[in-house]
Design a protein. Structure first.
Length: 52
């Protein structure tokens, strides 16, 4: 794996920050639920989106 010398380097710190950011993004996005499809209706050739 990665040793302490790598994790103390700028590249190692950037890699660690990137992994933590991805984990945080996954944790945040899994808490949101997708809006039901009934909010978007297609009429004629335009799309009407109702915000609740």
């Amino acid at each position: 794996m990665y040793d302490r010398q790598f994790l103390n380097s700028k590249l190692g710190q950037a890699a660690l920050a990137s992994v933590l950011a991805m984990i945080a993004m996954i944790a945040i996005t899994t808490q949101f639920q997708a809006a039901p499809s009934s909010f978007a209706t297609i009429s004629d050739q335009s799309v009407t989106v109702e915000l609740a």
